[in-house]
Ligand binder design. Structure first.
Ligand code: ZN
Length: 96
């Protein structure tokens, strides 16, 4: 019986010690990888930069009929021309 208690006690100590070690390790791991991750993100961005720019320059025709570039679509959707079209378009729907 005493032995069991002792063992449990030992296990608890070992467990707590290990927990701290693990925590320390994962913290180190996180710190180590933080820079790596940031570096990777930068590389990915640099790699895709031209692709993104190219995509943003692609010409499209909006549902309201205006031709514009993909990069300006978000801005365009807030313009009066587009909003007017949208509100006009809404009148074609039957609300139930
Ligand atoms: Zn539009």
């Amino acid at each position: 019986m005493v032995d069991k208690v002792k063992k449990a006690e030992q296990y608890k100590k070992w467990y707590l010690k290990n927990k701290e070690k693990k925590l320390e390790k994962s913290k180190e791991h996180y710190e180590e990888n933080k820079d790596k991750r940031r570096e990777q993100q930068k590389i990915n961005y640099e790699k895709n930069k031209d692709e993104i720019k190219k995509k943003n320059r692609e010409k499209i025709i909006c549902e309201c009929g205006k031709s514009l570039t993909l990069g300006s679509l978000i801005r365009h959707k807030k313009t009066n021309k587009h909003l007017n079209f949208q509100s006009k378009n809404l009148k074609n729907y039957i609300f139930v």
